[in-house]
Design a protein around this ligand. Sequence first.
Ligand SMILES: [Zn+2]
Ligand SMILES: [Zn+2]
Ligand SMILES: [Zn+2]
Length: 282
Amino acid sequence: MALELTFLGTGTSAGVPMIGCGCQVCQSQDPRDRRDRSSVVVRYPRPQKSAGHDTDLPDRVTVMIDASPEVRHQSIRHGVDWLDTLMLTHAHADHVLGLDDLRRFNTVTGGPIEFFAEPEVIQAIRQMFSYIFKDIHHYDNAYVAKLIPLPIGPGQVIDIGQAKWTPIRLMHGRLPILGYRIDWQGRSIAYCTDCSTIPHETLPQMQDLDVLVLDGLRQRHHPTHMTLDRACEFAEQIAAKQTYLTHIAHDHSHEELLERLPDGVEPAYDGQVISLSPVSTV
Ligand SMILES: [Zn+2]
Ligand SMILES: [Zn+2]
Ligand SMILES: [Zn+2]
């Protein structure tokens, strides 16, 4: 069995199409030009079940990165029917407003959902979703998500199943946020949404990647996101085997991006699945 990364959304904060926009990309009939808010789910085989418990768990571990406002629709559309763990990159609305909808996963799994985030992000989420974290009696607990925040910082490796998740520092304009490097069975992916630059000290953690997912908003300048040119410069420097751009605005159609991006760099699209087999040790 392989590790699979599924793009649940590849759009910028307003999504594509944008409300009330008549541009060619927003009016496009190409399904790859429909970009929900950015998020991915990563699934890989669950370690051998230990005797006596865990017998009801699915065969795969499911980890989601960010909970977009479209998380319900994205989960249904892309077959996410279980959630073990959530990783958050930062607390902007397009990455966390789906937290409330995770309550359905509480019901499905029968337990709370742990989420990893930086302490400042946890603080912001406690304010945005105060009712979730207040110790009050709810009419029915199924109406309120049960979420357990776990603080992390750059470089603090987390073992989830047989994969190692390493939070890595990115800069989103002046806001420090997290990306994640995932190492599993000799394969590696780095997910770096919402960044305008990758700090020098982060680059050693980006070596030997099979897949790099990188912010590629648009060609025009933006203060907190990468232009296509800048994303391509980082892609060349990091030299993953393949780079996918995400968090894409309505400035470019998928077809146009396929034509203009260099070899080894391509736009991701919603529903795209990247599958990596374990590296053979034979
Ligand atoms: Zn965003
Ligand atoms: Zn548009
Ligand atoms: Zn953001």
